[in-house]
Design a protein around this ligand. Structure first.
Ligand SMILES: [Ca+2]
Ligand SMILES: [Ca+2]
Length: 293
């Protein structure tokens, strides 16, 4: 005669109730956490039957016939979280090999690294293409292209699942590589201009986002509108170095240097000599003038 049947699961004993015939039953609620991180990825169950005479039969996971039936796999249902930390969505970068950084975290069964995938620029990359750093409940991965990317818009998409097969919502980021130097053409003043006017008209065209103009290091006021810059430059007596520098949205600079000379002083005639004076009719005479400027 059987006295009782008990099972031991998740560190607790549960007493079964006799059903019809030789069947005993008990209902048990599974734990809130996955069995994935348990040894063997399962929760071990022990069944014990005792008769009235005091004989006890215990069956556990090591039992050759029934042991595998006592390996209880419990799966959690919460998908991992993906967060792309760099680049920021919608940004433009001058970097031709921008690093794509993302974290994948999962609180319970953990990130299944074989499912971590980055789709970028028409290719699929896996963890062997990434550098990896452990973070709380997951990993931070970084991917850096090994060739320069042409200027264009790019989208990076990350996928991952946890060890219990829960697939994360994929995350994407779209950004632009813009590494081209801006165009710049200075139409005025001309190179090596010599003038007696203390100001000179400035004009230039550029596809840059901004333009600075300096005369001998002194910033000048120029108005840039619709790709055309205009202004008036103030010159100093003598040689003036005019540096125009256009900067793209991503900080790439193109510059042009012009040299303009301001000369407001008339030449000085300091000596005149006529040989001979007075001269005879029909005689060849020589004028010698001394002039400085
Ligand atoms: Ca999970
Ligand atoms: Ca002069």
């Amino acid at each position: 005669m059987l006295k009782k049947v008990t099972i031991t699961a998740f560190g607790q004993d549960y007493t079964c109730t006799k059903e019809s015939g030789n069947t005993w039953k008990v209902s048990v609620v599974t734990p809130n956490t996955s069995s994935y991180n348990q040894e063997g990825h399962y929760y071990p169950i022990v069944v014990k039957a005792e008769d009235e005479a005091g004989n006890v039969k215990t069956v556990d996971t090591n039992d050759q016939t029934l042991g595998n039936l006592l390996k209880l796999v419990v799966k959690e249902t919460v998908a991992p979280t993906i967060n792309i930390t760099s680049p920021t969505a919608g940004t433009k970068t001058a970097q031709k090999r921008p690093t794509i950084a993302f974290t994948i975290t999962d609180n319970d069964s953990g990130v299944d690294e074989s499912t971590v995938k980055l789709n970028f620029n028409g290719q699929e990359y896996t963890t062997s293409n990434f550098t990896r750093q452990e973070v709380s409940s997951g990993y931070k991965y970084e991917y850096t292209p090994d060739t320069d990317l042409p200027d264009d818009e790019y989208t990076a998409t990350v996928n991952a699942s946890d060890n219990d097969g829960n697939a994360a919502t994929p995350k994407s980021v779209t950004f632009e590589v813009y590494a081209a130097a801006p165009t710049l053409s200075v139409t005025s003043p001309a190179e090596d201009l010599v003038t007696n006017q203390p100001t000179v008209a400035y004009s230039a065209t550029t596809n840059g986002e901004s333009l600075t103009v300096k005369v001998n290091g002194v910033p000048q006021t120029v108005n840039l509108s619709g790709g055309t810059a205009t202004g008036t430059l103030t010159l100093s007596e003598g040689e003036n170095t005019i540096i125009s520098a256009a900067t793209s949205e991503t900080g790439i600079e193109t510059s042009i240097t012009r040299t303009v000379t301001l000369d407001t002083k008339a030449p000085v005639i300091s000596a005149i000599e006529i040989s001979e004076n007075p001269a005879n009719t029909g005689e060849t005479i020589v004028f010698t003038i001394t002039v400085t400027d």
